[in-house]
Design a protein around this ligand. Structure first.
Ligand code: GCV
Length: 843
């Protein structure tokens, strides 16, 4: 569904919602996911009862665009959920009222404010005053009130009472930003939900409704800054006409308390500024940045700051002039300083041409080696933006040691909401439990208990700035992230940034209630699916801290196990005949473990202490090394891949239990995603197990690897028109081969030789992004299924990205029945097929 169709449907639904659901029946009105967790669907009558005494008069103690948003949101939410229309009064009402006030205004109401609240703090309080009930939504600044309104509506949406309300919350850290990797042409780097909501064809889009609605979503979870263009930025971002265009985005963000920030190109003084240098220590360059910052602040007075990726993955940086990262950061920070702006300097700096033959080379060391020596040299409005792990958003990484190594520098942790290495929003992978583990990790900085959440928020070393940055990459898809359930990650990022002491389960439950309603089976099922999803994904994609075994050169999506090796990118797992893993010990390896403070290093340096889930990140061990679990490494790899794939086979069935309890469009969309994920998890399982079997030479003790009962290889079928072709990499096709149709039409046929009964039939084919092939599955002369290979998977070749499963369930088969696939290729999609698998019916 396009954005505009989605919007129309949403509007129609909003108007119809109360008419249809005015009897407070659970709403199963068609939804697009556009409203995300801010649906404000009518509560059922029993739940609504507890809010019967909610005052209908609202008084707002002052006016500002943010307060107007707060007030309008309150009216909208209460109307949607309770069917009650609030009246906004211009004077303090004599009777019961909801009062929105800043802490500064509380004294006038005869109430006291919390001592020294940080910006964004809110207070929800039920107060009896002169015989009337007052429901106070107070805040430190307008943002505090806005956050209070969202917290209040969240209470109602999740069915929590407001009788004796007394809730006060302060944001854990001042920085709670998203980064969007949007390009000016409208594409999004590592975006999986359509094109940019901000840019198209080199311009800011004329209609910024989506940007405005995004700001509302961000505000509802306490996000206060958003960098709208990719860190791999286009220097044109800083040209005068473009600054004026960006100002339009800042204008739509402002009423929601979200400040715009921009990614900048370090070579700009030369590339667009007319200077012959961008040397940060050249006074002309400093003057250029100062004049540029002044110009930007004239157009965007509340710009939050700049983000810079320099000397990384081909981006120009201070090394061009043998200057330090501190020199580069400070020249920008000084230009921003008079305006109150922050400079985020990304610590994602590494050499991507490293010599893989040198066993001492290690990309994981790079951030610490580059930035730790500079601690204390950065100005106070510089924030080092540090990815949570030392490599790059893998399914499992240790915490970056740099996070514990900066006592005199502000830092922010960078988390990735967009699922670059974790299934690209085609697989469900709820990342909040992973982030929580990271934030709760004790880095023992200076020998003290120092959790990551306290280091990054600036609490540990009393830094003036710091916090949380999430790379979101929302797009024009109606549901923002492409998979309705992936929105739990955006929600969870904001909730953790505001309060990292929340638990992943609490967040999952809150999000589910707001997004899908309070129906108990719905809540139970979705929460359990979310909570199981990261462990399952880790199990079928990446073992024991070796990284996600994906194709790291291209799409970062399907399996591509060897792509990590023998190149300069440094994501090596060093698997070979003798064993697997990177030796990062101080004693014999790269010394990476020595970058941790001694108490944390002790956890990793010895094989005895090292946790199983990071073993291969830290050590090189033989295949037969015994884990703490008692299994050998190789058997763990086989077992975990089978377990993970088996777990997600249950996802579609469990989701189907919710039919009728969730609106049809979202029900169907998620079901289709789960069916796809279940099939692709098998591709992952088989690719990883086959590759490790060939490399280790050690068979699976349970006899599963390489043995697939019920599987008929396409190359063994009777082929008409099809030819047998090798697939690259070999492990992404069963038996390393597939059949390819280079004629206008082809067929592949075989006879069923098993016991008569009801079977599920899976056709494993390759859905290449090079045309739309057509398939028909004909069983005993009858059409069993017909489909198009029209997905937009990230490759135009048969491989682990494109291998796709079509499942047809409950087909009655008799011994000797003919099973035939008829295919028509299209353009360069050759209707490739890997195999057909027949299993006794499951459902
Ligand atoms: C924006 C990884 C991603 C790149 C990304 C980079 C970064 O390498 O694959 O797309 O570039 O990280 O974070 O800068």
């Amino acid at each position: 569904m396009s954005y505009h169709d989605g919007l129309m449907l949403r509007r129609t639904c909003a108007i119809a919602a109360f008419a249809i659901c005015s009897a407070f029946m659970p709403s199963v009105c068609a939804e697009t996911g556009y409203d995300a967790w801010l649906r404000y669907a009518p509560l059922d009558p029993a739940a609504a009862k507890q809010y019967a005494r909610l005052p209908v008069a609202v008084f707002v103690s002052s006016g500002s665009p943010v307060l107007e948003s707060a007030q309008a949101e309150l009216v909208r939410g209460v109307r949607g959920m309770l069917g009650k229309t609030l009246h906004v009064e211009s004077r303090m009402p004599a009777g019961d009222a909801i009062v929105l006030a800043t802490f500064d205004a509380l004294a006038e109401l005869g109430l006291s404010a919390p001592p020294e609240p940080v910006e964004g703090t809110y207070l929800l309080k039920a107060v009896e005053r002169k015989g009337s009930s007052m429901l106070l939504i107070a805040g430190a600044g307008d943002r505090g009130i806005l956050y209070g309104v969202f917290a209040f509506l969240r209470r109602i949406a999740t069915g929590r009472g407001i009788e004796h309300l007394d809730e006060q919350e302060s944001p854990y850290a001042p920085v709670r930003w998203t980064n969007e990797w949007d390009n000016l042409d409208g594409s999004i780097e590592r975006g999986y939900a359509g094109r940019s909501i901000f840019f198209d064809g080199g311009q800011v889009v004329p209609d910024l409704t989506r940007a405005l609605d995004y700001a509302r979503l961000l505000a509802s979870i306490g996000i206060n800054g958003c960098t709208v263009n990719s860190v791999n930025t286009d220097p044109r971002t800083l040209t005068s006409p473009f600054i004026l265009e960006l100002a339009r985005i800042a204008d739509v963000f402002r009423p929601w308390g979200v400040r715009l920030s921009m990614a900048i190109d370090f070579s700009s003084p030369k590339s667009i500024g007319g200077l012959d240098t961008f040397d940060p220590l050249d006074p002309q360059v400093a003057a250029w940045w100062k004049q540029k910052a002044d110009e930007i602040y004239r157009a965007i007075p509340d710009l939050a700051g700049f983000v810079l990726k320099a000397d990384s993955e081909g981006r120009l940086g201070p090394s061009a002039y043998s200057r330090s990262h501190a020199d580069a950061a400070n020249v920008l920070a000084r230009a921003l300083k008079p305006h109150g702006g922050l400079l985020f300097y990304r610590a994602f700096v590494y050499d991507h041409h490293m010599d893989w033959r040198n066993p001492k080379n290690d990309r994981a060391r790079a951030a610490y080696d580059s930035f730790h020596p500079l601690d204390g040299q950065f100005d106070d409005n510089v924030v080092l933006q540090i990815k949570h792990g030392p490599i790059d958003f893998q399914v499992r990484e240790p915490v970056s040691p740099l996070l514990g190594a900066l006592e005199h520098t502000n830092e922010a942790i960078e988390l990735q909401i967009t699922q670059e290495y974790t299934g690209q929003q085609r697989h469900l992978c709820y990342l909040v439990p992973m982030w929580k583990e990271v934030l709760d990790f004790d880095l023992h900085a200076s020998g003290q208990v120092t959790y990551v959440k306290d280091l990054v928020s600036g609490r540990t070393f009393h830094r003036p700035a710091g916090g949380f940055v999430g790379v979101a990459n929302v797009g024009l898809d109606a549901n923002w992230l492409g998979h309705d359930l992936a929105m739990a990650n955006l929600y969870g990022f904001g909730r953790l940034a505001f309060d990292p002491n929340l638990s992943p389960r609490e967040i999952a439950e809150e999000w589910t209630r707001m997004t899908f309603g309070n129906d108990a089976p719905v809540v139970e099922t979705i929460v359990s699916l979310l909570m199981e999803s990261w462990p399952a994904y880790e199990n079928y994609t990446g073992p024991l801290g070796a990284g996600t075994l994906t194709d790291i050169i291209q799409a970062h999506y399907g399996p591509g196990i060897e792509s990590s090796e023998r190149n300069g990118w440094g994501q090596w797992h060093r698997a070979g005949a003798d064993g697997i893993g990177m030796d990062r010990t101080v004693a014999t390896g790269t010394g990476f473990i020595g970058q941790y403070w001694p108490e944390a290093a002790r956890l990793y340096e010895s094989l005895e202490n090292c946790p199983d889930d990071l073993l291969l990140f830290m050590h090189h061990v033989p295949w037969t090394h015994l884990l703490h679990s008692g299994k050998t490494v190789i058997q763990h790899i086989y077992d975990s891949h089978y377990d993970g794939a088996a777990r997600v086979q249950t996802f579609p069935e469990r989701w189907q239990e919710l039919k009728g309890r969730i609106d049809e469009p979202r029900y169907e969309a998620v079901l289709a995603k789960f069916e796809y994920q279940a099939g692709h998890a098998i591709v992952w399982r088989d690719a990883v197990c086959d590759w490790f079997f060939r490399t280790s030479g050690i068979p699976d003790a349970q006899g599963r690897v390489g043995h697939h009962p019920g599987r008929v290889e396409a190359e063994s079928m009777t082929l008409d028109g099809y030819t047998v072709e090798p697939v690259t990499p070999w492990e992404t096709a069963s038996g390393g081969k597939a059949i390819s149709c280079l004629r206008p039409a082809c067929t592949a046929t075989f006879r069923f030789e098993g016991k008569s009964g009801t079977y599920d039939i899976a056709v494993q084919y390759f859905d290449e992004n090079a045309g739309v092939a057509r398939y028909k599955l004909i069983v005993a002369g009858k059409m069993a299924a017909e489909w198009l290979a029209n997905d937009t998977l990230p490759s135009d070749q048969p491989n682990g990205h494109t291998s796709t499963r079509k499942s047809v369930r409950g087909i009655l088969l008799h011994a000797g029945d003919e099973i035939r696939i008829e295919a028509k290729p299209d353009a360069k999609d050759h209707a490739d097929i890997d195999y057909v698998e027949l299993t006794p019916a499951r459902r």
